[in-house]
Structure formats: C-alpha cells, structure tokens
Unconditional design. Structure first.
Length: 303
C-alpha cells in the first residue's frame, strides 16, 4: 500500500487581504506531482489561509518547502494584521499520518523540512506536538505566545532557542512551528453578539489550559465584516473532546450571557467519524456502528 501523508500548512495572508499572493500560493500547492490539494480556506478577519493536502511523503515534503519559499518571498509580517495569533508568514506546518505511515515517520519528515527551510531560506523554526524537543514545545499556543512582534525578545530567553536556526527571526517572514500530530479539527462557533468579551469568557471556560475540555484550545475572535463574536477552537483529539461536547457547552454558556449560537463552521477537512459521532449523539442512535451501517464505509471496506 502506498504511503500517504496529510499536510495542513497555515499562511498569514488571505484571499481578501491580498488575492494575488493567495493565488500564487494556490498555484504553488498544485505544482508538485504526487500531491493532491483537497481544500483551501481563507478568512479575511483572521487574515489567514489554510491548505489541506495529501500525497506521498516525498511530494508533501517538496510542496511544504515550495509553499514556505513563496510565503517567505511574498508575505511581509511587519505589515500583517489579523485576529488569529501568528508568528510567521508560514505560521505552522503540521504533518499527519494518513495511510501506512506512523507518527514517528512524520516526525522525521518535520525535521528534514525544518532543516531545509533554515538552510535554504534562513527562516528559523520550532518543532511542536509529537516532534517537540521539550514538554514546553508540545502546545502550539505556548510556542506561538508573543506572536511575531514579541518573538525577537522571546528567542533570547534561554529556553526558547529555535530548534533550527539562530536566535533571531527572519525580518519579514518571522518563525515557523513545524511538527507531526494526529488529526486536528479546526471548529468555530458564531454568536449573535458583537461583544467580544462574551466570546473570550466562553473560550476561557472551555479550553483545557483553564480547566475546561482537555483537548480543546479556544480563543474569542471578532468577525468585523459580520459584526459578530466567534469562539474559535482547535480540537486536538476529537474522541477525547468530541465536537458536540464543545458545541453544547458553548450553547449553555452563551445562554447564560443572553446570546444564541447562530452558526458554526469547520476550517479545512475533518475525519468522517467526528461528524458521525455528532449524528449518533443528536439522533440518539442505539447500537450504531459506522463501519457496518454507513454505506461509504462498507464500499471502502470492499463489502
């Protein structure tokens, strides 16, 4: 069976803020044989775009480098503004084992890509998640703390030397987090309020670092174009913290503040089981087995 790896790089630009640069990234992503671009999402309020790609390990390593090179050449972080935390033009490059791959193999991929990016582009990087070289570097939020503007000072702290590169950021491209991880679900819930503090309070209540759900990372974000507040989340283990856990808790907390949920969204792709788990929960399915009762799974299993 052919080895397949998923890669979901995030870039500090959006179609709304700079359509020309965004399109150049899209064209670059499609330029490597053996790599399939499954999804591209852009958010103007976050001023960020997310690519979801799957391919052979060799193709994914090459496309990750080419995209980083393009972002380094075309994105100037000294001029970047956006709601989402960020520290680099290429902000994060995760590698996710998909077929006949192990996390350990993805860790080695992350190291090779990080080394090449430093040697050829002079952009430093931290290794994070399963690639992390210390416990303090596992959590992306902790790695990114300080963001682009605060990173030069952070890199001078004894414990925050980059894993690859010198103790200084690239002047316009910043620094990158690169690592291997299991599937992550980027999930956002929109509220019918323009009060960002309500979204911040809900985010603090549900995120694991504040005693909420163990596998939930959450922040409050203002969607300026719609004049509404959003709870923006990363669910890093959808079995430990299912989507419906987060949704129901946000609904209960929003009700406390007299606001409603008006919608939710996925950023990028998600494992089918994460959504089937929601269907099982809300439909109160008894004895449900997705491998046996969902037609597409049966077809994939060859039955």
């Amino acid at each position: 069976m052919a080895k397949l790896v998923e890669c979901i790089p995030n870039f500090s630009v959006s179609k709304q803020s700079d359509p020309e640069v965004f399109q150049e990234l899209v064209d670059t992503a499609g330029s490597v044989p053996g790599c399939a671009v499954l999804d591209v999402q852009s958010d103007g309020d976050h001023n960020r775009c997310v690519f979801t790609m799957v391919g052979s390990p060799q193709a994914i390593e090459e496309v990750a480098f080419r995209l980083t090179k393009k972002a380094t050449e075309r994105i100037d972080m000294t001029k970047h503004k956006g709601q989402h935390p960020r520290m680099g033009a290429t902000d994060v490059i995760p590698f996710v084992p998909t077929m006949d791959m192990t996390v350990a193999e993805c860790v080695e991929m992350s190291k090779r890509v990080a080394q090449r990016i430093w040697e050829e582009l002079k952009v430093p990087s931290f290794l994070y998640e399963d690639s992390a070289t210390s416990p303090d570097r596992v959590n992306l939020a902790k790695v990114r703390k300080g963001q682009f503007e605060g990173m030069p000072e952070k890199l001078l702290q004894p414990e925050w030397a980059p894993d690859y590169g010198e103790r200084k950021i690239h002047p316009t491209a910043g620094i990158i987090a690169i690592g291997a991880r299991m599937p992550l679900i980027a999930y956002n819930v929109n509220l019918d309020t323009s009060d960002l503090e309500i979204a911040n309070k809900i985010a603090r209540a549900i995120r694991g670092s504040n005693g909420g759900f163990q596998y939930c990372k959450a922040i409050g974000v203002m969607l300026e174009e719609r004049n509404i507040a959003q709870v923006s989340m990363n669910l890093v283990n959808y079995e430990g913290t299912p989507i419906y856990y987060a949704f129901e808790m946000i609904r209960a907390l929003a009700d406390r503040y007299g606001v409603r949920i008006i919608g939710s969204e996925l950023v990028g792709l998600t494992p089918a089981k994460a959504l089937l788990d929601c269907a099982e929960y809300y439909l109160k399915m008894e004895g449900f087995d997705c491998r046996k009762q969902v037609m597409e799974y049966r077809l994939l299993d060859g039955e």
